[in-house]
Write a protein that binds this ligand. Structure first.
Ligand code: NAD
Length: 526
């Protein structure tokens, strides 16, 4: 392993991804059972709001539930008010000058400590994700590993950003450029990667020298509260961040509109992202900047299966991408676009593959799929299934799964036209539309027929077709001969085109620029 070191920096090994556990050994399984038990023992606890170090309670509470068994309350959280949202921004604004002047190496050290603490508590975090987000064990471990990766990666990137490349030197001048933090950031994560995405956006903003107000998703506030514990233990000053659970429309709008908010880092749906972008664009009284909005939004991701593909690996790639975490990844494959020459064979193999997928409580390791996140999601997904049944031919699934949890069978609907709703609209559940293409060019044309442009994959052995896909498939993350989910920090900088967002490329070398502004300084040498 190579290392970078200077007099001021900690000795730091080159970044490498945190290994994801497959829980294949008896010891690993046993350790995870213990972690689940320990987390279950904490169900139903009360969590306070954290406003720049002050713990506050409110009468109005938010309950997060176990989607596998919704009568289990995972955590009870005080809901922030508009007034508390204002206080949180003011407090972050007041502390910003001190935090931004803290040496980069100190902030980096805290972030590395946060990574180490999450690593120490990995199985516990896994267990919270199993119970609050309905993730299966490996999916939960992937989320926690990614959170560790973000902390480790952005720590290293911040050291790099603190020493920009030298500039051209004008005769008689000393010319340089430095990166400064922006100010107060509002961090708004989704529930589907409730640790990784929240930790990623928060840690990038903090290590760059900004102060933040985190507004977690109402479905996963306990995971956010546990992450806040880590930040404090890692040494981040209590005044450098606030954690405010509560309604997006009540406190979200207040946080976004506040004149002292300098930027918003949002990951979530298209509609909420556009709403935030619109609110942020309107200057408020006393506001002296244009707010920056980093908005990573939805997807309608396609996998193209060419007639010259390895069909078995294409079927596996589609299965994993469409039904891993119940299809609730922004990168999930929701459209399979298949060459007519192999269409029927592909469908047969896909149907056989789907029949082997097990659905049930995510705490039971035998289940490949757990529940969808909440009752509203279940309702909306099943409505789309009914729409899909009219728009095409049901091949597999088509209804809810057994049990009290929010289970839905993995569903495949074939012969879907590109004008169909289930071809165009993000469903965010285990529903796959399959569409027949005349040939490869037609398949790419169909894949691009979307307002989104997040991920996509192509299965083909033909180098000319692969080249064409590289040039013409308009997505932020293109995968060739592999699934379209599972982006790895450092290897697959993540973010989409068009209505999928601002293409900020989380986990990539440019990401921290979203949280910084460059100042150019020319000094005449006298
Ligand atoms: P969502 O848009 O419903 O909510 C996202 C966050 O916004 C939540 O914390 C929510 O409370 C908050 N919110 C809601 N209204 C708000 C308002 N008026 N002001 C401020 N905040 C508000 O999305 P979700 O259901 O949590 O997540 C699923 C969506 O996220 C899907 O569309 C998925 O594709 C997308 N997603 C995108 C990426 C990506 O990197 N592009 C990654 C993960 C998820």
């Amino acid at each position: 392993m190579s290392s970078t070191t200077t007099e001021r920096e900690p000795l730091l090994a080159a970044f490498s991804n945190e290994p994801v556990s497959a829980f294949s050994t008896a010891a690993e399984k046993h350790a995870m059972e213990k972690a689940l038990e320990a987390v279950r023992a904490q169900f139903g606890r009360d969590y306070d709001l954290l406003i720049a170090g002050r713990r506050e309670k409110s009468a109005d509470k938010l309950k997060s539930l176990n989607p596998s068994q919704p009568d289990q309350v995972v955590g009870i959280h005080s809901k922030g008010t508009a007034e508390q949202a204002n206080e949180a921004v003011e407090a972050a604004f007041d502390y910003f000058p001190e935090w931004s002047a803290t040496p980069v190496e100190t902030r980096v050290g805290m972030l590395l400590r946060a990574a180490a603490l999450i690593r120490e508590r990995k199985l516990e975090f896994d267990a919270w994700l199993v119970y609050e987000a309905g993730k299966t064990w490996p999916e939960a471990d992937g989320d926690v590993s990614e959170a560790i990766d973000f902390c480790e990666y952005y720590a290293r990137q911040m050291l790099r950003m603190s020493k920009p490349d030298p500039l051209v030197q004008m005769p008689g001048e000393r010319d340089e450029m430095v990166y400064l933090p922006l100010g107060v950031g509002v961090i708004i994560p989704p529930w589907n990667f409730p640790l990784a995405i929240m930790a990623g956006m928060t840690s990038a903003a903090l290590v760059a020298g900004n102060t933040v107000v985190i507004k977690p998703s109402s479905d996963t506030p306990t995971i956010a509260a546990k992450f806040a514990e880590v930040l404090l233990q890692a040494g981040f000053p209590a005044t450098s961040f606030s954690l405010l659970a509560g309604s997006g429309s009540v406190i979200g709008d207040v946080l976004v509109q506040h004149p002292k908010t300098r930027f918003i880092a949002f990951t979530g749906s298209r509609d909420v992202g556009l709403h935030i972008n619109e609110l942020a664009a309107k200057p408020q009284k006393g506001q002296v900047w244009i707010k920056r909005v980093v908005a990573e939004m939805g997807g309608k991701d396609a996998i193209v299966v060419d007639r010259e593909a390895d069909l078995d690996s294409a079927v596996k790639g589609v299965l994993w991408s469409a039904f891993g975490y119940q299809g609730q990844k922004c990168s999930a494959c929701s459209r399979a676009i298949v060459d007519q020459a192999i269409y029927d064979e592909f469908l047969e193999k896909l149907k056989a593959g789907v029949s082997e997928l097990t659905v049930g409580p995510s705490e039971q390791p035998g289940n490949y799929m757990g529940p969808v996140i909440n009752a509203g999601a279940k309702r909306s997904i099943l409505e789309y299934v009914e729409v899909g049944k009219k728009e095409g031919r049901l091949i597999a699934g088509g209804s809810a799964g057994a049990g009290d949890g929010y289970f839905i069978q993995p569903t495949v609907i074939a012969d879907i036209d590109s004008k169909a709703r289930i071809f165009q609209e993000e469903i965010f559940g285990p529903v796959l539309a399959v569409t027949k293409a005349r040939d490869f060019d037609h398949a790419i044309e169909l894949a691009n027929d979307s307002e989104y442009g997040l991920t996509g994959a192509v299965f083909s052995k033909n180098p000319d077709k692969i080249r064409k896909a590289r040039e013409q498939f308009f997505v932020g993350n293109l995968y060739i001969n592999r699934k379209c989910t599972g982006a790895m920090v450092g290897a697959h900088p993540f973010g989409g085109f068009n209505m999928s967002g601002t293409d900020s490329k989380a986990g990539g070398p440019d990401y921290l620029l979203q949280f910084l502004q460059a100042k150019s300084i020319a000094e005449r040498v006298v």
